[in-house]
Design a protein around this ligand. Sequence first.
Ligand code: TMP
Length: 208
Amino acid sequence: MAGRLVTVDGGEGAGKTTQMGFMREYLERRGYRVVTTREPGGTSLGEEIRALLLGHRDGGMTLAAETLLMFAARAEHLERVIRPVLATGCWVLCDRFTDATYAYQGGGRGLPLERIAVLEEWVQGELRPDLTLLLDVPVATGLTRAGKRGVADRFERENVDFFERVRAIYLERATHEPNRCRVVDASQSVEAVRAEVEAMLAEWLESG
Ligand code: TMP
């Protein structure tokens, strides 16, 4: 049986990495084999592309280049990691996926969402996540948390309005796809979020 693709997404400082660790433990305790990975990244070329995307450069980067690089990394990731791993029956737990492109390049930067949909069709074909956990946190709270982590990357330097638009697109997508997307209030304590995420996973596993 093919594995499942579970993605975890959200704005800055939502606690994705911490909760992904708990999710992995939870799924493994239930006997699933799980590979964790991230976007942009997850392959050697993908990690090089990530460094280009997150690093600061004189003159910045055009929105087209940024979006195409996200999908270039994704194409590698899908072909070399995600699809092969799913075919072995293992689950893939991915830190960010295409919802992030809709939210950041679409919402944050204003790229028409139809352009992203075209790239999504091309690069992914039919493949969509089986489940997406959206860790939702008010922008100010998330930015304060993320600000404690050291030097800000090219996205973390954006302003509050940018992140409000990012958040709005995430929530809009979750509203339109309630079967795939589950929203958890990530402004709670780490343990409270963990409990909610585990309850959501239990219910999702039960249902199908
Ligand atoms: P991370 O810091 O959560 O690992 O993600 C790296 C940054 O890349 C984050 O600020 C969001 C951004 N990003 C996009 O803008 N579009 C995308 O498609 C992805 C996957 C990430």
